[in-house]
Design a protein around this ligand. Structure first.
Ligand SMILES: [Zn+2]
Length: 276
């Protein structure tokens, strides 16, 4: 069930965590960003794409988390890309033979695990660090890489269509989830990423987050401000007034994510503050 959100840009929303797959129509084929989660959904998507009369000619994963790295054989054998850092992280995390089983067991919710095909997980090619846009024959898709939610996370700006594909940033249902593994200053990294998106988002009419609802031009500003306010509150351990973790939150596990982030950050500052 594809929905057009801009001229030549369509999305498919998964029943899992409102995950958005994005399809961009090019001259001789389609660019498919973060294809989806469930095997049957991706197969149905492949059928829908066939009806558009163009093959998938390029794929892109916004970041190295399992829910953005999937693929289905029926989508074809087009090259799938990510940033160099994203691809290196995937390679590293999938390097041992038990990696997929571990992901299935520890990261994928048990109620959907059987429906998530992992055979083509993470088969992406890293684009060299200086790559400014996706190499494909279609509307320019500018790569806006930043250090925030995951290593090598990238948003894509399809300027010609007025669309910003934000990856796991700027969601109306998920709070900012910081990359707390190994980065020196995850708070400042996240704020810098929001500034970068803010600079890129001028003139954007449609915002597509990795999870949640598509927003119009007014939502771009609202969501940047909301994410920034959340990160500030997290940094300063302030009381939160964020609807994504409040009583009307879409996901009841979101307050738990927030509590864990607070705890991890407190542990970090304790550790950093201890001499020696
Ligand atoms: Zn995600």
């Amino acid at each position: 069930m594809l929905r057009q959100v801009a001229d030549g840009v369509l999305i498919h929303q998964s029943e899992f965590c409102q995950s958005n797959a994005v399809v961009v129509q090019g001259r001789a084929g389609l660019l498919l960003i973060d294809p989806g989660i469930l095997g049957d959904e991706m197969a149905a998507l492949a059928d829908d794409l066939r009806e558009l009369g163009q093959p998938v000619v390029a794929g892109f994963s916004t970041h190295p988390h399992w829910d953005h790295l999937l693929w289905h054989a029926r989508l074809g054998g087009a090259p799938r890309y990510g940033t160099a850092r994203c691809a290196a992280t995937v390679r590293d995390r999938l390097s041992d033979p038990g990696a997929k089983a571990r992901i299935a067991e520890q990261q994928i919710p048990p109620d959907i695990a059987e429906r998530v095909p992992l055979d083509l997980l993470g088969l992406i090619t890293g684009l060299p660090a200086e790559t400014a846009q996706i190499p494909w024959d279609g509307p320019q898709a500018r790569i806006i890489e930043h250090q925030a939610h995951a290593p090598g996370h990238a948003a894509l700006l399809i300027e010609e269509r007025g669309v910003l594909v934000a990856g796991d940033m700027l969601s109306d249902v998920l709070i900012p989830m910081l990359d707390l593994n190994g980065t020196a200053d995850p708070i400042e990294d996240y704020l810098a990423a929001l500034r970068l998106l803010e600079g890129a988002a001028e003139g954007v009419d449609i915002l597509v987050p990795g999870h949640g609802s598509v927003g119009g031009a007014d939502q771009v500003r609202v969501r940047i401000d909301q994410d920034r306010a959340y990160v500030h509150a997290l940094r300063d351990a302030q009381v939160l007034s964020d609807p994504r973790v409040g009583p009307s939150a879409t996901y009841d596990w979101m307050p738990g994510v927030h509590a864990r982030q607070l705890q991890r950050l407190a542990q970090r500052s304790e550790r950093d503050g201890t001499p020696g």
